[in-house]
Design a protein around this ligand. Structure first.
Ligand SMILES: [Zn+2]
Length: 436
């Protein structure tokens, strides 16, 4: 392993922990990462990267599950109050909180992309003595939001890596692209960055996640597998209200349409090609006891072991929703609130990274394959890069957890931060100099 990287990472350790704790203290859920992204921009510019953000890296039409405009505006103001650069935040208006930083060495070589997500969860953080972020004073200051998945660690690792790569710039070849993605939770953000073209020139693409059932620090999975493709759909049935006693026939019952849909959605056939899922997670309908319900809203998700299997369930689901609406003569509005693809990591790249990881002190257990849990919109990056002939993988960095992901007591072993930077630094260095 490169000696410079090894010694530099020890110097970076305290800084990494401080960055992670700063992000942890100011958690921002999907599309509201104004402060986080502004800090990322400022740091990357200080380091001398070529930085793009806002509408240059986010395609507005492809943003899914975006909060209402007034909430976005409130979060934008709060970010500035909490120390974000107002000019940077202004350019992220509307929730365009993605950031891309490029390091061009000027020497021939591959383009290596790395994706780091930055968003927090909609969750109130535990404020109890047994929760270290609380006792050590870096628990969430933002009501109803918490970094309970480790994306604070991802953002810190991304910035630490940026600093590391600058320090070894003379030994690198090709171009390095650091992608900081908003709105991974709910699988809402990746598509808008990928369709903006941010990885169209990438030869090697890497994504990371801490934890996910892998522990302790030192355990590294070089190729995550088992991504479920998924579609999140928001459905509204629009009917017509009427007096339930006086003139029921004049109404169009949205509640009945929704109820008809729910039962039939759960009756979508299993598939011989592999695992599928369907869930109607919420159903809210009606306005009063004696009124024919004019409106019903549902949140649905479909999943599949592959993109094709998910497509099968999703297309059936849409047909059922429309047919149920037709039965009761009500209108429907179906919007995509999130999506992720299936996908498999590139075998040659996994093998290459496993070999590199074996040379990195601190990487004690190196697995080529290991399971991911659920869905990840990183799959959009992976898919795009593989479709244009590049290779992609997803690394899992082990860490002990105080509680599971998305739990109010979630906390990581911060030693995963320096180890992550060391490993990724070495991987980027080796890949950049290896022949394509
Ligand atoms: Zn996560």
């Amino acid at each position: 392993m490169n000696k410079k990287i090894e010694s530099l990472v020890d110097e970076l350790r305290e800084k990494l922990i401080a960055m992670r704790r700063d992000f942890h203290r100011y958690p921002e859920p999907a599309w509201t990462e104004f402060r986080t992204a502004a800090q990322v921009v400022r740091r990357l510019e200080e380091l001398g990267y070529d930085v793009s953000y806002g509408e240059k890296v986010i395609k507005e039409e492809e943003m899914m599950g975006v909060p209402a405009a007034d909430e976005l505006a409130r979060r934008q103001r709060r970010a500035v109050e909490q120390g974000a650069d107002a000019e940077i935040v202004e350019l992220m208006t509307g929730g365009k909180t993605g950031v891309v930083a490029v390091l061009d060495t000027g020497r021939p070589g591959p383009t290596i992309g790395l994706r780091f997500d930055m968003d927090a969860n909609d969750l109130e953080e535990a404020k109890e003595a047994r929760h270290r972020p609380f006792t050590e004073g870096f628990a969430s200051l933002n009501e109803g939001a918490m970094h309970a998945c480790g994306h604070d660690a991802h953002a810190a690792i991304g910035l630490g890596l940026a600093e590391m790569l600058k320090a070894v710039q003379d030994e690198l070849h090709g171009r390095i692209k650091l992608v900081f993605q908003p709105a991974e939770e709910g699988v809402r953000g990746a598509r808008a960055m990928v369709t903006a073209g941010v990885v169209d020139d990438v030869d090697y693409m890497l994504g990371i996640h801490v934890g996910m059932g892998h522990s302790p620090v030192g355990r590294v999975v070089c190729g995550g597998e088992g991504f479920l493709a998924t579609s999140k759909l928001d459905v509204t049935f629009n009917g017509k209200p009427a007096h339930a006693g006086g003139e029921p026939e004049a109404g169009n019952n949205a509640l009945l349409a929704a109820a008809t849909a729910v039962l039939n959605l759960h009756a979508i056939s299993r598939h011989s090609g592999g695992a599928t899922r369907i869930n109607v997670g919420t159903l809210v309908a009606g306005s009063g006891r004696n009124v024919i319900p004019a409106r019903a809203q549902m949140e649905i998700e479909t999943r599949g072991a592959t993109t094709e299997l998910n497509k099968f369930v999703k297309e059936r689901a849409i047909k059922i929703v429309r047919s149920a609406a037709a039965m009761h003569d009500v209108g429907t509005d179906i919007t995509a609130a999130g999506a992720a693809l299936g996908g498999t990591v590139s075998e040659p790249l996994v093998k290459k990274i496993a070999k590199i990881a074996r040379s990195v002190p601190g990487c004690t257990t190196i697995l080529e394959r290991g399971p991911v849990s659920g869905s990840e919109d990183y799959t959009f990056f992976m898919d795009r890069v593989q479709k244009q002939g590049g290779q992609a993988t997803y690394l899992l960095l082990g860490t002990d957890l105080a509680a599971g992901h998305h739990n109010a007591f979630f906390d990581i072993d911060e030693e995963v931060l320096p180890l992550g930077v060391k490993l990724l630094g070495e991987v980027v260095l080796q890949l950049s100099t290896a022949a394509l």
